[in-house]
Structure formats: C-alpha cells, structure tokens
Design a protein around this ligand. Structure first.
Ligand SMILES: [Fe+2]
Length: 397
C-alpha cells in the first residue's frame, strides 16, 4: 500500500479530509497530522510516497516543511494545498512542490491527483531515477535564451509578448511554465493551447517573481555530457510544429492538436535531466554503437529519456496525453490506446524529421505495426507532404 501523509493545522479541514478519504483506507495507508514538526516526526523511520500539505500554518509553514521533506526524502511526491488568491505563495512554494491544489479542496480532484501520482511510479521503476527526478526543481536553459529572458525581465518595460516568445523556444522554461499554469491556481477547466499562451496566462509580474526571486530557470553549462542542447531545442520546436499539423490533418479536436504541439516540444526533456545530472554516464550514450539514443540510454542507465521525461512531466501535473506521448514517442506500440492521440502525432513527426522527409518506402524507426493497429498506415504520404511543407517554409524564413 502506498503511504500518504496529510498535513493541515485546521482541525476542521483535517477531519474533513479524514472523513472524505475513509472509503480509501484499504487502498492507501494514510496519516493525518496537524503541523510541520509533527509531520517530520511521523516521517522519521517511515517515509511516505506522497505528502499533501497546507501552506499557511503557524510555526513550521508548508514551504519550510516541504523543503525539509525534499531534503530528507527526495523521492516523495510533494503536493501543496493553498488558496486561489495567494499568488505570492505560488512563487514561494514552487521550488519545493511538484503540484498545487486549491483550498477548499474538491474531493474528486484530490483523489484523482493522488491516484495519478501513485500510478506514475509504475512509469519509472528504478528508485534511484525516481529520486533524481523528484528532486529536480528547474531544468537547464540555453545560455543565450537564459540571458535574453533575464534581460527582458530585469527591464522595467519588459514585454510579456517578448517573454512568451523566448519561453516558447526553450524546453526547460516551457516545462516549468506549464507546471505552474497546470496548477489549481488557474482553475480546473483551463486549457492551455501553447507554451506562449501559458506565459501570457502567468503575466510578466508573476514570471518576474518566479524567475528573479524564486530562480525557477537555470542556465545550461556545457559540460562533459556532450549533449548539444541547441540541437535538442531546435528539433523539439520543429517536432511540435509538425505534430500539430499532423493532428490537424487527421481532423483531431483543437485540444488534441494543442497537446500534440506541446508533447512534441517536450518529448526529449528526459535527455536534459540525464545529461544535466549524470553527465559522465551520458557521454557514453553518444559513444555507444546502438542504433538510437534511447536504446543506448536503456543499455547504460536501465531506462531511457522517455520514462524519465514522462515521470517528470507527470509529477509536475502536465496533462496525461502529453505524459503518454513523451513516455512512448520512440516505441508507441507499447501504449494501450487504439485511437489517434498526441502520441501518434509526435511519433510520426519525430521519425519523419529525422528521416529528412524523404519518400523512401523504408522509414527507419517508424512503428508500422502500431500505425496498422490504428488503421492509419495508408496516411503516410499525407504526413510526408506536411513534413515537406514544413521544410519548405523553413527554407523561406
Ligand atoms: Fe526522444
């Protein structure tokens, strides 16, 4: 049984949670405590898989408590409970929490969030990697884009349009901004159409607070990992654009097309994690003789950037179709769905862009069995045409 700790100083809230979650007592091992110090005592010798904590508490508040939990039990998933209006709290707690829920908490939302967090653990079976990913609070950005955004945000007349444009080009910044807008602070029905729209929703003042005070962005330092971050960013941006076009050509709803764009952009976020945190081992990936990066990663780490990236996006609360697309983008046959999804679009975009959009009968890396399962294998010429159009547009600009 997964162990979940709930922390809130208000007795009514704590009793309400206990009552509400009582039917789940056979599925979850739950503990309820009234404050930060008590929470740390409870965790001693018996760590939890997930902690859900109020943020405003006397004595040790939620930021301090979750900071301690992060330090002592980095593998635990940390969820903050806070009020909608506390925008400054969002900035304070963003480095110590994975997700935020609004108070008063909707029971279904809480159950879904905790259930989903438990389910995600199956994505990444190795404890060492789960710990590494759960301990991440920022992702490295390209130094050029990092400098540009710092300058724009430090300027008194920094423009949100320009800030959004920079964020949309950078995988690390995009992921962080999507984590924040996917929190309950922005309502449960909000649909985010693109990284640029996510930045617009936050506004320049909130992004300034997050970046300058809470330091949620960081700079990639060229190290011994050998990862060409600029190439990863460029490929991700193009994959997102092509994945969106493919979804549109298949007559998919707007939401699926938008998810395809973001999943394409974020598909290789796991490479940033591995290269940034395990640079020595990552350098071996480039030297390995395997047919592809993900197979070399699998051989060296026992897992690939697909599972690592998907786990990060999942615990940061990004929508399931994006997490699923990232989890299987090189081998979609491992997914369970039989319908077109952002995963389908990202897989095709990835393979066609790597193949150079040629028209050879053989397309290395394309999972034809998966496409046949979906009844879509005959659509390949249409997608090739879209890829060629994208190449053509790129040549013109
Ligand atoms: Fe990939």
């Amino acid at each position: 049984m997964k162990r979940i700790l709930f922390v809130d100083d208000e007795p009514n809230v704590l009793q309400g949670l206990q009552r509400m979650l009582r039917p789940l007592r056979r599925e979850w091992d739950m503990a309820f405590v009234a404050g930060g110090s008590e929470a740390l005592q409870t965790l001693e010798g018996n760590p939890c898989d997930i902690i859900v904590s109020d943020m405003r508490m006397p004595g040790m508040d939620g930021v301090l408590l979750l900071g301690e939990v992060k330090r002592c039990y980095p593998e635990s998933i940390r969820i903050a409970l806070s009020g909608h209006s506390e925008m400054e709290m969002l900035c304070e707690c963003t480095r110590v929490t994975h997700q935020y829920l609004a108070k008063p908490c909707d029971p279904e939302m809480l159950k879904t969030t905790v259930d989903r967090a438990i389910g995600l653990q199956a994505l990444l079976s190795d404890d060492k990697f789960r710990k590494l990913v759960a301990n991440i609070d920022s992702l490295p950005s390209l130094p050029k884009l990092y400098t540009e955004i710092m300058e724009e945000l430090s300027s008194e007349d920094g423009s949100i349009g320009r800030v959004a444009e920079i964020i949309a080009k950078d995988v690390g910044m995009t992921t962080k901004v999507l984590q924040v807008v996917n929190s309950a602070f922005f309502g449960l029905v909000t649909h985010v159409a693109s990284p640029a729209q996510a930045a617009m929703m936050l506004g320049v003042d909130t992004i300034r607070g997050l970046v300058l005070s809470s330091k949620v962005f960081s700079q990639f330092e060229q190290d011994k990992s050998g990862l060409d971050l600029a190439a990863v960013q460029h490929f991700s941006e193009r994959s997102g654009a092509l994945a969106r076009r493919i979804a549109m050509a298949e007559g998919q709803p707007t939401k699926t097309c938008d998810h395809a764009l973001m999943a394409g952009m974020l598909q290789d976020v796991g490479q940033l994690v591995l290269a940034n945190h395990l640079p020595g081992e990552y350098a071996e990936v480039a030297r390995a003789a395997s047919a592809s990066d993900w197979e070399a990663e699998q051989a060296i780490f026992g897992c690939s950037h697909m599972e690592v990236g998907a786990y990060l996006l999942g615990i940061w609360g990004l929508p399931n179709p994006i997490v699923e697309a990232v989890a299987h983008h090189h081998c979609p046959g491992q997914s369970v769905g039989n319908d077109f999804s952002p995963l389908t679009a990202v897989h095709i975009a990835n393979v066609l862009l790597r193949d150079g959009g040629g028209d050879s009968a053989e397309t290395p890396g394309l999972d034809l069995d998966y496409l046949q399962r979906l009844g879509l294998h005959e659509r390949l010429p249409v997608w090739r045409e879209l890829c060629a159009e994208l190449h053509h547009m790129e040549e013109l600009t």
